[in-house]
Design a protein around this ligand. Sequence first.
Ligand code: FO1
Length: 310
Amino acid sequence: MIIAALAGGVGGAKLAQGLARLLPPGNLTIIVNTADDFEHLGLRICPDLDTVCYTLAGISSRQTGWGRANESWNTITALGQLGGPAWFRIGDRDLATHLERTRRLHRGEPLSQVVREFSDAWGIEHLILPMTDSPVATIVRTNEGDLAFQEYFVHRECRPRVHGFEFLGIDAALPAPGVVEALTSADAIIICPSNPWVSIAPILAVPFIRSLVAGGKAVAVSPIVGGRALRGPAAKMYSEMGMKPSALAVATQYQDLVGGFVMDHGDVELTEAIRELGMQTLVCSTVMHSLRDRRQLAGDVLDFLQAGWK
Ligand code: FO1
């Protein structure tokens, strides 16, 4: 099976790793959100791309899910001692990624090319693509004003109340080279269990991508289990936007996009309501702690797809 997967940060990276363990390199393309990207300390930081790359390369931090394993923090500590902005914790090894990426971007290389070269350097065999090479930035509309995404997410620890999102630059963005081909040639598209508001929505908002995903071959994996987000602020966002956080809310958001919906055993009572949205459902274990869990979920989703979602 040829698969294209849409992914944000940690949750998406985990399922992507499971898929990469089961599918040969030519059969999986991972399309990653870049609307979390920002300029910081003069560097271009691409958190979701790095999380997916580090995870597939087996060099990601086990504790946080983002950043690198065996990390040291000398630079950020010294920066803080100088009174610099140390709220965004860049490790010493991770810093090399941002330095070298920024250098290559300044030289005129597109982001997708940098990702391909870094993937090769890290021994990643599966294709990882940014959703776009154009700059796109999520703005979070909150009760404390409009906040740049990392300011809201990391600096303010998602505390402000959210009432909307804007993806700056999205209308002028084009899918990165390879994205349209990956979505068109895929037998199936998997929307990973990433935050629907700020990880998946920006990917879908890139011109052309939404209509390609809506072509009748997409399934989504719920990032909400038992009314709570597997990680991050997704559940809080649903509540603040006036919706009860649940797998049903996620399914409703993806209603015109996916024909299949994958949800956890804990949400089995929502099966009927989700089927009434016109989706086939798969109830399985979606919480991924170990690599074994990631492979198991990936295998369950692939079986669901192979069985024609029956
Ligand atoms: N997330 C945090 O909660 N705190 C951090 O200090 C932090 C630093 C960081 C550095 C590099 C990187 O690639 C990611 C980093 N993240 C950090 C994660 C990241 O900002 C978010 O998880 C994503 O943007 C949401 O998907």
